[in-house]
Ligand binder design. Sequence first.
Ligand SMILES: Cc1cc2nc3c(=O)[nH]c(=O)nc-3n(C[C@H](O)[C@H](O)[C@H](O)COP(=O)(O)O)c2cc1C
Length: 362
Amino acid sequence: MLDILNLDELEARARERLDPMLFDYIAGGAADEWTLAENRAAWSRYQLLPRMLRGVANRSMSTTVLGTPISMPVVVPPMGFQGLCHPDAETATARAAAEEGTIFCASTVSNRSLEAIAQASGGPRWFQLYVYRDKGITRSLVERAAAAGYSALCLTVDTPLAGPRERDRRNNLRMPGHLKLANFDESHTAMHHHGAGPGSSLAQYITAQWDPALTWKDVEWLRSIAPMPVVVKGVLAGGDAALAVEHGASAVVVSNHGGRQLDGVPAGITMLPAVVDAVARRGNCEVYVDGGARRGTDVLRALALGARAVMIGRPILWGLTLDGADGVRAVLQRIRAEIDLSMALAGCATLDDVTSDLILHA
Ligand SMILES: Cc1cc2nc3c(=O)[nH]c(=O)nc-3n(C[C@H](O)[C@H](O)[C@H](O)COP(=O)(O)O)c2cc1C
């Protein structure tokens, strides 16, 4: 098993294994990467105030998201092109998540089809949707996800266009030709290799295919065609979280897409309290957060501030790069161990004990 000291050290280890162009695609962020750095820095602004002598010999961190039991409050977020990391791609990550008792969210732009991922994992799974200009494509993805047992639709709303990834422009990023957008047939994926001129072919694909005209009305349309709950991923403003609930979302992810979209925006954890406040006044909506969460203490901070679960992105891909499904399992086991120890030291036997007074000045 991959020996992991902490999640942060994995980036440097994975860098040694990957083509620099592909490493940059995964590690990089938008423009000056201010938000990318802020995502990591923001967590430590919340100081933890532990409680003593509360009897923490028996601890549990199991919980549920949208009614699905998970073994810890960590969910694997949607990340495209996992074939860049390992030949087993998304099937390995999905299997690892299932074995560790949590949810794998499959990206629209996966290198394995959503059906193949479902078959490989057998575990609880969500499908992340990018909405195509061609409504027929969108509708077909939703129907296929429902048929393949995906229990939630995760609609990513922060990507009307590809973000300004300067590392990718500098490297003239081209995805390796053998990696297919496995949810689509050849005639569709061929477009993705036709990119020419400045910018990456992926950015050109996004511009050509994804619908920048999307509005909150389309969330209602999706709700009407999807038999499963809709999770809106990529809100930062409390007002947007409120709109998500009003238009039928069952959950929101407070996220800036790992610092890959609009540079200069705050970290998800910074906006979490405002979002929690906005949705609390509108009934039943779960709130998740992501962006730079790397420590068990980060997960504790998020839960204390009102999140139900945390998504941890890039370290999963580094684990996949280093040791396939076993590497992803090792990453999930390391974060589980950190959450468990942090809970004990903070005086929390269960997640119900992780309340807002765990944060200084909350
Ligand atoms: C390489 C890469 C690919 C991603 N692909 C997607 C995607 O297809 N859909 C999506 O909604 N988010 C995507 N994301 C964003 C992640 O879901 C998540 O919000 C982010 O990685 C969390 O930040 P972290 O990596 O700092 O933990 C991607 C992120 C990375 C690093």
